[in-house]
Design a protein around this ligand. Structure first.
Ligand SMILES: Cc1cc2nc3c(=O)[nH]c(=O)nc-3n(C[C@H](O)[C@H](O)[C@H](O)COP(=O)(O)OP(=O)(O)OC[C@H]3O[C@@H](n4cnc5c(N)ncnc54)[C@H](O)[C@@H]3O)c2cc1C
Length: 386
């Protein structure tokens, strides 16, 4: 067992860190001010840097590296801001990986290289007004008619809704309830019958557009079916990797908050001395450091266990749940240690706190991760309906 990164991984981490701090900090501030997502130019720049689909095979336009490398890049970009890192999140751990693994080769060839080149952004549309944690209650219907699929229904909370070029849409292929009839279809923006709700105003995640998506007899080629009925397990396997990405984005908020506050407490003076010289402050810093380091190791464990495949539900749920919880507490403590300055929008601390909260709802709320973890521990899935 080796807890060290290789020389190449350290170099990658260092180069992204340099690029992120030198180039992306002002962009993150601008995104926060305007609420506009990263520009297409920036997304193309990410492609040139090789960050989009870094863990996608070279034959499909990626860098052919592993999941750990993808998460190293994501952490450094996520420390700058969730919105800045979001296109890399979607390309490395999001719906694109499900398309790459499960779609028809012709669809893979038309979608994945375009994502890695920065020409296409794909979002994931699972949640619905009445199907959040209970995802298998989803009612969006896909009906196969000849060589077409016809989709009807409503999706909610889609990150990238209205902005992304295409959507991986979870659908039900028959009237059979539960997971068995659920699959997923690839749908491009601009397809007749596809429309979007008003942009959502969320507590955080500024610069990650979100909206409802409406499907009114949307017709796409049957070849766009990425996973057919009966393939829900495949979708959830791909989601195990997304969980590690979510965990990384949450942990990155905590790591960046800790780095900033560690400097702040050495500069800020009260009662005639730097506040870091109060033992109460030292204890807080130590707790935050332990939480961030433990979180990073849990994420890396999940990623390394599945270097080129998908992590286990247990390792990815533990990594996500822990990161989600510590991100809320570390960013909250860092904000508190900055006093009024932490609460001011002049500094990125309050944004990190707001974003950290969101990562603990996105991708499955914290408590349902705990249900997954207990299930893995006991050795059976707990039926939430019985
Ligand atoms: C920032 C953000 C980004 C998102 N991005 C996307 C996206 O890109 N695509 C997408 O499809 N969705 C997205 N979502 C939606 C997200 O997946 C859902 O919000 C999430 O799954 C929770 O569903 P819900 O909001 O309907 O809450 P509910 O399911 O109503 O749950 C509310 C609370 O009830 C509790 N609860 C519910 N069921 C259980 C249970 N069985 N055991 C224990 N506690 C339980 C939990 O505490 C939970 O937090 C996003 C959400 C947020 C906040």
């Amino acid at each position: 067992m080796d807890f060290q990164l290789s020389e190449e991984q350290k170099e990658l981490q260092e180069s992204v860190r340099r690029y992120a701090t030198e180039r992306l900090l002002p962009i993150a501030e601008e995104i926060e001010r305007t609420g506009e997502p990263p520009s297409r130019e920036l997304v193309h720049e990410f492609a040139e840097m090789g960050y989009l689909g870094i863990n996608v095979p070279e034959a499909l336009g990626g860098q052919g590296l592993g999941n750990l490398e993808a998460l190293l890049v994501l952490e450094e970009l996520g420390k700058v801001s969730s919105a800045v890192a979001f296109p890399v999140f979607e390309s490395c751990v999001g719906p694109v990986r499900a398309i790459e693994k499960f779609a028809d080769p012709s669809l893979v060839a038309s979608v994945v290289p375009a994502v890695c080149a920065g020409d296409k952004m794909i979002a994931i549309a699972m949640s619905e007004p009445q199907a959040g944690t209970a995802l298998t209650d989803l009612t969006t219907k896909a009906r196969i008619e000849g060589d077409e699929v016809i989709i009807n229904g409503t999706k909610r909370w889609c990150s990238g809704g209205g902005h992304a070029d295409a959507y991986l849409v979870y659908c039900r292929f028959s009237d059979e309830p539960g997971a068995k009839s659920i699959g997923a279809v690839y749908v491009e923006k601009g397809t007749p019958g596809l429309s979007f709700g008003r942009p959502e105003h969320l507590m955080g995640f500024r610069g990650v557009p979100s909206s409802d998506i409406f499907f009114d007899n949307v017709r796409v080629p049957a070849n766009n079916v990425v996973v057919n009925a009966g393939g829900f397990k495949k979708l959830m396997a791909a989601f195990d990797l997304e969980r590690c990405g979510n965990a990384t984005m949450a942990m990155a908020q905590a790591a960046a908050a800790l780095a900033d506050v560690a400097e702040y407490v050495q500069e800020r003076r009260q009662f005639g001395k730097a506040i870091v010289d109060f033992q109460g402050v030292q204890l807080k810093l130590a707790e935050m450091q332990m939480q961030v380091e433990a979180s990073r190791l849990l994420i890396w464990r999940a990623a390394v266990d599945a270097e080129h495949g998908f992590p286990s539900i247990s390792a990815s749920s533990i990594a996500k749940c822990f990161a989600n919880e510590i991100a809320r507490s570390v960013t909250g403590n860092a904000l508190q240690l900055m006093g009024g300055y932490g609460y001011s929008k002049e500094f990125p601390m309050e944004r990190r706190f707001r974003d950290a909260w969101g990562w603990g709802i996105a991708g499955g709320a914290i408590d349902i991760q705990k249900v997954n973890i207990a299930g893995a521990l006991i050795g059976r899935r707990f039926n939430q309906r019985a």
